[in-house]
Design a protein around this ligand. Structure first.
Ligand SMILES: [Zn+2]
Length: 131
């Protein structure tokens, strides 16, 4: 049985990050369908499940790899953005953020020093703001 499954799966894409994410989404959609009793969730779950199994059993691994890479890169970008936002929120109490009027570079200054002259770390432009 194991041997048969192994032979069947050889040359096929199998599970990757994208299909793992899809299988979670299927589960969530099915749960949403049960909780809300809206048929649309079940239909969406089915469509997604078909798409997921299509990718898992697909023999066009190059194309599937490319899709997966796109998803992984997308997720990485979101994580970076989220971490940046989190860091920014953590510093809101102690710092103020301004954009350089010349080059739009974000500049961070400590709060509580009154009016100060800020010099942009990127283009050396000087501007005055309240800290
Ligand atoms: Zn600048």
């Amino acid at each position: 049985m194991r041997e048969k499954l192994y032979r069947f799966m050889s040359g096929r894409n199998g599970m990757d990050e994208l299909s793992r994410m899809e299988s979670w989404l299927v589960l969530i959609l099915l749960l949403a369908g049960v909780l809300t009793r809206l048929g649309i969730f079940t239909v969406l779950a089915l469509i997604l499940m078909i798409h997921m199994y299509f990718r898992v059993f697909s023999k066009n691994t190059a194309k599937r790899y490319e899709e997966n890479q796109r998803y992984v890169n997308f997720r990485y970008g979101r994580t970076v953005q989220w971490n940046r936002a989190k860091k920014h929120m953590g510093q809101m109490k102690t710092h103020r953020f301004y954009r350089c009027p010349a080059c739009k570079q974000k500049v961070r200054v400590p709060r509580g020093h009154g009016r100060i002259e800020i010099s942009c770390p990127k283009c050396r432009e000087k501007f005055i703001r309240r800290s």
